[in-house]
Design a protein around this ligand. Structure first.
Ligand code: FES
Length: 88
């Protein structure tokens, strides 16, 4: 099965399933994502999902607006496209 593709503007990363979360993939590739709790509670890591689907290990507690995801506690379920600037 082909790797899923995580696009972040001009960068494309391969999701090979060896990492626990999407945040780990972004960190491994030195992409800027803020975080605090790393467990879906604080919302500090929220980014906009422009395309594709993610799956949470368990439902996050932080409030999310439509189109936002928490990379600290999810994994891609399809090819995805992220906007890494933080929402207002
Ligand atoms: S770092 Fe706290 S919700 Fe992701």
């Amino acid at each position: 099965m082909a790797d899923l593709i995580v696009s972040t503007g001009s960068t494309q990363l391969a999701w090979q399933g060896r990492l626990a979360t999407l945040l780990e993939l972004l960190e491994d590739n030195c992409l800027p994502v803020e975080y605090q709790c790393r467990s879906g509670f604080c919302g500090a890591c929220r980014v906009r999902l422009l395309a594709g689907r993610v799956r949470y290990r368990q439902p996050p507690l932080a409030c999310l607006s439509k189109g936002e995801i928490l990379p600290c506690c999810c994994v891609p379920e399809s090819d995805i496209t992220l906007a890494l600037e933080h929402p207002p």
